[in-house]
Design a protein around this ligand. Structure first.
Ligand code: 5GP
Ligand code: ZN
Length: 145
C-alpha cells in the first residue's frame, strides 16, 4: 500500500482527531462535522472500503456508473481539487497514486480507466470533500456528458 514514510502533518486551522486522540499522535486529521466523506474516512459511516492508508481511503461508490467505480478521498478535509492542489503536503500526489493502486487491484489498469475530479457545480460535484472517481471495466465515450 502506498504510504508516505514519516512525519505527521499538522493542519494550520483547528484540528479534530478521528476517533479517540492517541496518546502519542502519529497522524492529525482535519475533519469537518456533517461532512459525509470525513465520516466515511473516519469509519463513522459505513462504506465498502477497498483499501486505505494513513492519508487516503478508497471505497466503492454507492451508485456505480461502471463495473468498477471507486472513490478515493483524503482523510483530511479539503472541499475540492482547487483546495487540494494548493495544499503543501503532497496529498494530491498521494491521492492520485492511490487511485492508480485501485486500478491495479481492481484489474482495470491494463484495459484502461478514468480518474475524474468533478469540481464545482457545472461539473456536477455533489459532495464537498474532494474525491477521485476511479472508473473502469467497460468502454467509455468522450466527451463526457
Ligand atoms: P460527485 O457528484 O460529488 O462528483 O460524486 C459524489 C459521489 O459520491 C457520487 O458518485 C455518489 O454516488 C457518491 N456517494 C454519495 N453518497 C454516498 C455514500 O453515502 N456512500 C458512498 N459510498 N458513495 C456515496
Ligand atoms: Zn470532509
Amino acid at each position: 500500500m502506498h504510504q508516505r514514510g514519516g512525519a505527521p502533518w499538522v493542519c494550520s486551522s483547528a484540528t479534530i482527531y478521528a476517533g479517540q486522540p492517541p496518546s502519542r499522535p502519529q497522524v492529525k486529521i482535519l475533519s469537518v462535522p456533517e461532512c459525509l466523506f470525513c465520516a466515511i474516512a473516519a469509519g463513522d459511516v459505513p462504506a465498502t472500503v477497498v483499501s486505505s492508508n494513513p492519508r487516503t481511503v478508497a471505497f466503492r461508490d454507492v451508485n456505480p456508473q461502471a463495473p468498477v467505480h471507486v472513490l478515493v478521498v483524503p482523510r483530511a478535509h479539503h472541499a475540492n481539487l482547487a483546495e487540494l492542489a494548493t495544499a503543501a503536503d503532497d496529498l494530491l500526489a498521494d491521492l492520485v497514486a492511490h487511485a492508480h493502486e485501485v486500478a491495479l487491484s481492481e484489474g482495470i489498469a491494463a484495459s484502461g480507466y478514468r480518474v475524474v475530479f468533478n469540481t464545482g457545480p457545472e461539473a456536477g460535484q455533489t459532495v464537498q470533500h474532494v474525491h477521485a472517481h476511479v472508473l473502469g471495466g467497460r468502454p467509455m465515450t468522450w466527451p463526457p456528458g
